[in-house]
Design a protein around this ligand. Structure first.
Ligand code: TXA
Ligand code: MG
Length: 323
């Protein structure tokens, strides 16, 4: 009973809730919703007032730009400049978990705050039907970061969003756990070849194949324009100890495939994927980290994760969380 009362801003997806969401966004308010990657905290991307609420609620530095979500390529090209690569990448991966960095067109109506005053802008066409419908009804791009406090673990369920913000958000649309469980790949499409600034579900190999180019992964500090990439991120309260092939009794263990503690282990343990499936591991990563973070264990020890395919993104998140 009390749970229902406490969580009364969490609503299951329905036509009526969709209209409520669009009304809130039209009034420069914020709404949390599922995407295929993680839950997002959305605002009208053309409104400084709405966008400033996102930064404030998340306690996010104003220098860390947001992704503008649109319903299709044409909507994106109203405010950013297409390139040879952006055409190929959007054709291959939109709608889907790929964010493309492009140059902005002059005098567009996107809030300067949303793009942190940069000349570039991050754009994504989400696959999520709910977000697609919201964008179409609002008929404006939606600026949406992951719906967590700046630097913390991204939410993959409505309850996670509630854990982060409680009733500070008027509406959290619940559609169960997200499919991918890890944030979109961010790729810069302005140069001669694609540069991945944040690895994600669309892998380096997929981008190389689609563009027939030597796409590069670059998450190092010098070349990254986006300061968000530099911060300690995705942090748990407990210390993470990576690449652990065994586990001490006072720690919790996040295993993978056969790497799990034996029967004598007295602590809490979870397996990212018993079959060693990296997509499954990605979809479990953040929710399992949250669960283990709530345990009584001293630290969280994490099994080594193969650094291939989406495993690159899993390791990127784990490394930042462990900083
Ligand atoms: O899957 C996702 O991308 C989720 C869902 C809600 O769409 N969103 C998300 O947003 O993860 P956020 O704000 O947590 O991460 C956006 C990333 C940040 O690392 C930010 O620094 C980068 O995109 N970014 C945004 N604009 C950029 C730009 N102009 N140049 C380089 N990086 C940019
Ligand atoms: Mg985030």
């Amino acid at each position: 009973m009390s749970k229902i009362l406490i969580n009364n801003n969490i609503k299951f997806y329905s036509e009526e809730i969709l209209s409520t969401a669009v009304n809130l966004l039209s009034n420069k308010d914020l709404v949390a919703f599922p995407t295929e990657t993680v839950y997002g905290l959305g605002a009208d991307a053309t409104s400084d007032i709405a966008v400033s609420k996102v930064y404030k609620l998340k306690n996010r530095p104003f220098i860390n730009p947001l992704i503008s979500h649109v319903s299709n390529k044409d909507m994106a090209y109203k405010f950013c400049k297409e390139t040879y690569l952006s055409n190929i990448l959007s054709e291959a991966f939109w709608p889907g978990p790929l964010t493309i960095i492009m140059e902005q067109k002059n005098n567009n109506n996107i809030s300067k705050l949303a793009a942190a005053n940069l000349d570039s802008i991050a754009v994504r066409v989400p696959k999520s039907k709910i977000l697609q419908e919201i964008i179409t009804k609002l008929n404006k791009p939606i600026a949406a970061p992951s719906a967590n406090k700046s630097g913390m673990v991204s939410p993959t369920s409505a309850e996670h969003v509630f854990e982060e913000f409680g009733e500070k958000i008027k509406l959290i649309i619940d559609n169960g756990p997200t499919e991918k469980g890890i944030e979109s790949t961010v790729v810069d499409a302005r140069g001669n070849y694609p540069v991945i600034l944040r690895p994600g579900p669309i892998t380096l190999e997929m981008i190389q194949e689609a563009t027939n180019s030597q796409a590069k992964l670059n998450t190092s500090s010098e070349l990254i324009e986006s300061p968000g990439q530099l911060l300690k991120h995705y942090s748990t309260q407990k210390k993470l100890i990576l690449n652990s092939t065994n586990c001490s009794n006072d720690c919790a263990y996040l295993g993978f495939k056969n790497l799990m503690p034996d029967n004598k282990f007295g602590g809490v343990s979870l397996n990212l994927s018993k079959n060693g499936n990296l997509n499954e591991a990605a979809s479990n990563l953040f929710s399992m980290l949250r669960t283990l973070d709530k345990s009584n264990a001293k630290n969280i020890m994490v099994a080594p994760i193969p650094n291939k395919g989406i495993g690159v993104a899993i390791n990127d998140r784990l490394k930042r969380a462990a900083l």
